[in-house]
Design a protein around this ligand. Structure first.
Ligand code: DGT
Ligand code: CA
Ligand code: CA
Ligand code: ZN
Length: 570
């Protein structure tokens, strides 16, 4: 059983318990368990095989450790089976309807026997829902709209896409007289790789004016709900936007609260309680006396904590770091000096060598590596030895004319299905920079794929592994790979691992990057640009690196090319 499978089981248990109206502590325990497992850098199955003790892991107690052991041994958990047997699976889909919590969903199930979304829609149309206790005509309407949303719901959108809407919304809202401050909070502000919805927060004194203004945002498709200070809309693109209008003295508190994550806030609130304080979206209070909340700093200050960067607020290590007064100084885009993975028209890129170089220079890069595909990638017209040498001669020539930027002779060499690299060592030896990657044989066994990567890392000419897990967010799962073995090989051979900045890849992800840092393995953030435009994608990689707590010292391409070569032992 993989970590993801175990996490999914805990999540489902939380859902069912919530639906059954169980004690919130029990529900939360399973939610936390799921998250702990999901965010773990290492495979539980392997830890167990290696004789590791789960209770040594942060956030895993005796009870949870036992459950994980049972799942690994038996492939199932009795409590899970029992919960499942108690509730039809399709009923749980109701929990995904916005505005319909688990308690209301449970009433619909018990009172009207509703077990599917279709039955729910029918019941609403037949006006049978409004007569239930705690429901009304308005709830029926909300459910119908929510149903449309759930049924057309696509995957969570990429941060890069959410960013476009967030910027448009910010600009639009700033055009409203009644808006003093506006921010987009939630997972967007935390820089999460995918975004469920956008949470817009406004400091304003006339909430009606502010809500009216959101209503005339050009992208609005439908108003899902509107209250006195809250409003939810759906954009034509399907994205939901939640707006909240708060008074000035609560803006920081609300920004803190709605930035989340929920798990981070749970810890913060329990710490507040321990100090005899109360924190909510209105401010920080002692015995109902307002102590602050104008800014986020006032909230964290009251707790004697530094104002943590939003990217770190995932209840991972940020509180430990804060307690040790050791919050990392997160890497910034301006720290980046070069880009070490990109393609040209020689393979599947859209811009020529000269165009890529000119665009990179324009961006202020000190160096770039041209890393076109090798011959195995036939559909990209991958390069064989002679064509590659010819490209490198062109690069040599180009470098003689260029000032202010160095173009490195690189290649993205394929790791073959049968193992080994797609180009001979004599060729690779002439390169300045070699990234190796897997494009084929992604369905092989874990052992096989891991061996291919570990062997590639052992090749003296390989500098880094590109997109080490092969995942495509929302589209393709990572191939089976034992990252621990990869880290070990990278450490042993003094190699680097890539954080591919493509918003659909972001590979390695934040959690894995955090683990590479534990292993002192340098990360290279690269755009893998296939056009000049995509050279701008570096910021998505930097954002993910920040979520991993990386500083500029953890990222190799914040160094000069000379320094970077020394890091590779050259
Ligand atoms: P998303 O939209 O799924 O990508 O993720 P978030 O984190 O933006 O979540 P969302 O939109 O449901 O809520 C925004 C933030 O508001 C969330 O990160 C923390 C806060 N929040 C919302 N509901 C609750 C809650 O029930 N309890 C606590 N403690 N915080 C909440
Ligand atoms: Ca959100
Ligand atoms: Ca939201
Ligand atoms: Zn590439």
């Amino acid at each position: 059983m993989t970590n993801a499978e175990i996490a999914a089981i805990f999540d489902e248990m939380a859902d069912i318990l919530d639906f059954q109206g169980a004690n919130t502590f029990r529900v939360r325990a399973y939610r936390n368990a799921s998250r702990t497992v999901k965010d773990l850098g290492e495979s539980l199955a392997q830890m167990r095989a290696a004789g590791g003790k789960f209770m040594d892991i942060d956030g895993i107690g005796k009870d949870l450790a036992e459950k994980i052991t049972t799942l690994l041994e038996a492939g199932q958990l009795q409590q899970h089976q029992e919960l499942r047997a108690a509730v039809p699976a399709k009923v749980l889909l109701m929990l995904r309807i916005p505005g319909l919590g688990p308690r209301k969903a449970a009433v619909l199930y018990k009172e009207l026997g509703i077990t599917t979304l279709e039955m729910l829609r029918e019941a609403c149309h037949e006006r049978r829902v409004r007569d239930l206790k705690g429901f009304g005509a308005k709830t029926e309407d909300t459910i119908l709209k929510g149903l449309a949303f759930v049924e057309t719901e696509e995957d969570r959108i990429y941060w890069s896409e959410a960013d476009i809407y967030a910027q448009e919304l910010l600009q639009h809202m700033r055009g409203c007289m009644a808006v003093r401050q506006v921010e987009v909070a939630g997972s967007y502000r935390r820089g999460k790789e995918t975004i469920g919805d956008l949470d817009v927060l406004v400091d304003g004194n006339d909430s009606e004016l502010v809500m009216d203004h959101l209503g005339i945002f050009p992208g609005v498709d439908d108003v899902l709900a509107r209250g006195e200070t809250k409003m939810s809309i759906r954009l034509a693109s399907g994205i939901q936007v939640d707006l909240r209008v708060v008074p000035e003295e609560s803006f920081g508190a609300a920004l803190q609260y709605f930035t989340g994550s929920k798990e981070h806030n749970v810890i913060l609130r329990s710490r507040a309680k321990a100090r005899g304080l109360k924190i909510n979206e209105w401010g920080v209070f002692r015995d109902d006396k307002y102590l602050g909340g104008r800014t986020e700093e006032e909230i964290y200050d009251a707790m004697n904590l530094p104002c943590m960067p939003p990217e770190l607020r995932e209840a991972r290590r940020e509180f430990d770091w804060a307690d040790m007064d050791d919050i990392p100084e997160l890497i910034e885009l301006r720290d980046i000096r070069g880009d070490l993975h990109m393609h040209t028209t020689e393979t599947d890129g859209k811009a020529t060598l000269e165009e890529m170089v000119a665009a990179a220079k324009e961006k202020g890069h000190e160096y770039i590596a041209i890393t076109d595909h090798s011959k195995r990638v036939t559909m990209a017209n991958g390069l064989d030895g002679p064509r590659l040498i010819k490209q490198w001669e062109q690069i040599d020539k180009l470098n003689q004319e260029l000032t202010g930027i160095t173009v490195l002779k690189g290649v993205e060499v394929d790791i073959l299905e049968k193992g080994g690299l797609d180009l001979e060592d004599e060729i690779l030896a002439q390169a300045d920079w070699v990234v190796a990657s897997i494009h084929f044989g992604q369905n092989q066994s874990r052992a096989q794929i891991t061996q291919r990567i570990v062997d590639a890392l052992a090749n003296p000419h390989v500098c880094a592994i590109a997109h080490p897990t092969g995942r495509l967010i929302n589209r393709r799962k990572a191939y089976e790979v034992d990252l621990d073995a990869v880290y070990q090989a990278a450490s042993e051979h003094g190699k680097m691992l890539e954080l591919n900045a493509n918003p659909a890849r972001l590979d390695l992800n934040d959690v894995a990057c955090m683990t590479t840092k534990d292993h002192d393995i340098p990360i290279v953030i690269s755009t893998d640009a296939h056009s000049t435009e995509r050279l701008n994608g570096m910021r998505y990689g930097v954002l993910q690196a920040r979520r991993a707590g990386l500083t500029r010292y953890d990222v190799a391409n914040t160094r000069t090319w000379n320094q970077l070569q020394r890091m590779l032992g050259r």
